[in-house]
Design a protein around this ligand. Sequence first.
Ligand SMILES: [Zn+2]
Length: 475
Amino acid sequence: MRAGSEAGGSRPRFFATLTLLLALAPGPTRADSASAADELGALLVTGGTVVTMDAGRRVIPDGAVAIVDGRIAAVGRSTELGERFSDATRIDAGGSIVMPGLINAHTHVPMVLFRGIADDLDLMEWLEEHIFPAEAAHVDEEFVRWGTRLACLEMLRGGITTFVDMYYFEDAIAEEAERCGIRAVVGETLIDLPAPDNATWDEAMTYTRRFVERWRDHSRIRPAVAPHAPYTVSGEHLAAAHALAEELDVPLLIHLAEDREEIAEVTARTGMSSVSYLDSLGILDDRVLAAHVVWPTPAEIDRLATREVGVAHCPQSNMKIAAGVAPVPAMLAAGVAVGVGTDGAASNNDLDLWEEIDTAAKLHKVTSGDPTVVDAREALAMATIEGARALDLETEIGSLEAGKRADVIIVRTDGLHQEPHYDPYSLLIYSTKAADVATVIVDGRVVVEEGRLLTLDAAEIIERARLYRDRIAGR
Ligand SMILES: [Zn+2]
């Protein structure tokens, strides 16, 4: 969403209130540092149609994926791998599709607790009369933890194995992500306003340095530096954030060129539109993952490609807020790595990446008048290997290939909305729903089995979410 709405944007009064409230908030609870993932036997997912998303886009009928020590050991025919990995624990994927886990390239997970709080409103009315007051009254570390648990429950059950997040209390988000077994790229939002957990820019930078150092060697949690946007962070601070990301060698997450109002504000202040402005600061490079990028000029699209900037396309959020339609076909043609994100659930209203890729595949056909753009295979690539490339993680995740981390999902194909089917990409993009995901494996560990999340107590989380709803609605 735009204008720092998830964070409070340019509304200092909100942060001032929150900062006071925080003094009363309970202290952080520590995550269990060891997880069940430490003891992993070999797994063999066998009998399904394997959609690899590798460079050749191989699809293997009656295929298998062998997993050893959290990584993919081999991908091939069931008969062949069945012999090679005869001691492995077998997971029968017969009649299903086996594919890489989905990558949600942009979100603000705790905002699930504001799902549906206010819809179909003018952006400013929505922000000022609904979101900001709700955040000021309710967001604290405990809120962030329960929101993250609910979001991870929804994402894992829907086949998302990696998410990219920018919010506050990001240490708590990282701990909850670690605990439930998902993979995450997480950045504490840096903004030129008092934030809920850090009153000043310097405090937030100190927090970020400590946060990155804490998580930098974790196999599933990748810390990042996350300046909010070009209109909420000064040029000097944007450069400082980038220098920190460079020094610590981590990604930089930012909202960029989201709507016309942003472009007008940045242009009035700097004489340049948002992408050119960041480039003039020398901070556009391959460690940057920019969310939205709805309004780049053609020359700026070339610049994004040359600088190897990754883009997180959020079609449903852009549509709901009427931000515009990102020029995705042009970005793809220029070679920009484009992933797909849900954005926060207050502006979507779910964390369902299947809906996003279905939407992405259709939206650009409407605006271009060309039904051949963003075909089903390209749309699936955006949620898998291209999303990984946007994150500079394509050597680790995003496709089923020997040596990569074992983030694998099994998708049922026998739903009434799926029968009959002729082509796996068509089936996955245009017919499949999040509820069709049966099994989810992250880093070689089964976290969803027959649609049930093994690492979180769904009933307890839903009960807590409803309590938050009652409190937020003033009941
Ligand atoms: Zn956002």
